[in-house]
Design a binder for this molecule. Structure first.
Ligand SMILES: NC(=O)c1ccc[n+]([C@@H]2O[C@H](COP(=O)([O-])OP(=O)(O)OC[C@H]3O[C@@H](n4cnc5c(N)ncnc54)[C@H](OP(=O)(O)O)[C@@H]3O)[C@@H](O)[C@H]2O)c1
Length: 349
């Protein structure tokens, strides 16, 4: 269960203020038992690294969980995994980028080549090291990519984590083929809005569910062929459909119901558990049905680069629901936790 944090705000110093010889910047951090918008030391560039002056950062469900996972850790940690901005400084030895380049952050650290699962040591930006909800962000040049030219800053800032997760779940794990039918419970999820667009781009039939009629309409607007109520009788409504692939991230609330409408021998990919992590399945029905269950998590640098080429080729843009100023990150967290969004939420920096 996600704890409802009280978001705070320290007295903010002016931009670039120097305190004890150290330049300060604004950031949204977890420290001790609080989550606050405050001043924190600017990063100092080292060999092989770049400093990105962020324009927009993107929220993910993971950001809500991190304060809970850190408990009362008093060391300040800047939250956030996604972001886009302009390179402000480059360290010695940086080869592929220069000051002024427009870039997005690759949030998956330590996973370069494609593989069945992330290698040991794989980490995500924003834990254990500082994240992107700040004016500046420091990272190795290995984990930035040029900003796709067809995206504006808001779209670029919310793109990477969710689009990469959807790309791997749909193509690498789900191996979707043109003409197949995919079912996605929870159409409003940031990742789902990418999967809908990606699957349509390769000629799949896309069926989604949502609890909210407005989100069902929006899902149709971005390409879904059919949008049904999450609380309806899926077996009855979909009795004439052959579902080849289910991609679920809602977890306990939808997992077994989605499995029950999958065709025999079909594939189910899971990468999230927004409701609950633990559930029971009928193993006999599972093996008689000869289903294939596949876990997925984010993706490699190789997959990120393929995803970027894919969205440029198909002119796919993230669905941005709402943008908050960095100073109102707490409100953005409340909005995400309440599940009202359709698509992504961003922070303007
Ligand atoms: N493994 C990874 O690498 C990875 C990466 C990204 C995300 N994730 C996980 O994947 C999940 C989705 O992430 P996200 O950021 O896209 O999520 P999100 O934007 O927060 O959306 C979650 C969706 O779940 C549906 N939902 C929530 N409670 C529900 C309930 N009780 N019954 C039915 N549906 C419900 C809602 O759909 P409707 O409002 O449309 O009904 C909601 O839009 C999260 O659990 C996240 O932690 C994992």
């Amino acid at each position: 269960m996600l704890r409802k944090w009280k978001w705070g705000c320290d007295t903010i110093l002016s931009k670039g203020k120097v305190e004890g010889g150290i330049i300060k910047m604004k950031a949204f951090v977890h420290r001790g038992n609080e989550v606050v918008y405050t001043d924190i030391n600017e990063p100092v560039v080292k060999e092989g690294q770049v400093i990105v002056a962020l324009k927009v950062a993107g929220l993910n469900h993971r950001d809500l969980n991190i304060p809970n996972r850190r408990g009362n850790n008093s060391e300040p940690l800047i939250l956030g995994s996604d972001g886009a901005g302009v390179i402000e400084q480059v360290g010695e030895g940086v080869k592929a980028f220069k000051v002024g380049d427009e870039v997005i952050i690759n949030p998956g650290l330590g996973w370069k080549e494609n593989s069945d699962a992330p290698p040991e040591g794989f980490e995500i930006v924003g834990l254990p090291d500082h994240g992107t909800f700040a004016e500046k962000f420091i990272i190795s040049e290995d984990y930035i990519e040029h900003k796709p030219a067809h995206l504006n800053w808001e779209e670029a800032g919310v793109l990477a984590l969710a689009a990469l997760t959807g790309y791997r779940a749909l193509f690498t794990k789900g191996v979707i083929k043109p003409g197949e039918t995919i079912f996605i419970p929870g159409a409003g999820s940031g990742v789902a809005t990418f999967i809908i667009q990606f699957a349509k781009a390769v000629g799949a039939r896309v069926i989604v569910s949502s609890r909210d009629p407005q989100k069902r309409e929006k899902a149709i607007d971005i390409g879904a062929d059919l949008a049904i109520d999450t609380n309806s009788d899926w077996k009855e409504i979909l009795k004439n459909e052959q579902i080849d692939l289910v991609i679920d991230s809602v977890g306990k609330a939808t997992f077994n119901r989605a499995l029950a409408i999958l065709k025999r021998g079909g594939r189910m990919v899971t990468f999230g558990a927004t409701t609950e992590d633990e559930l029971s399945i009928n193993i006999r029905q599972f093996f008689y049905g000869q289903y294939q269950l596949l876990g997925s998590t984010m993706g490699s640098k190789e997959e990120l680069q393929s995803m970027l080429q894919f969205i440029e080729k198909h002119n796919i843009k993230p669905i941005v629901d709402k943008i908050y100023p960095l100073s109102a990150t707490g409100d953005a967290f409340d909005y995400l936790r309440d599940g009202n969004q359709f698509g992504k939420i961003g922070l303007l920096i």
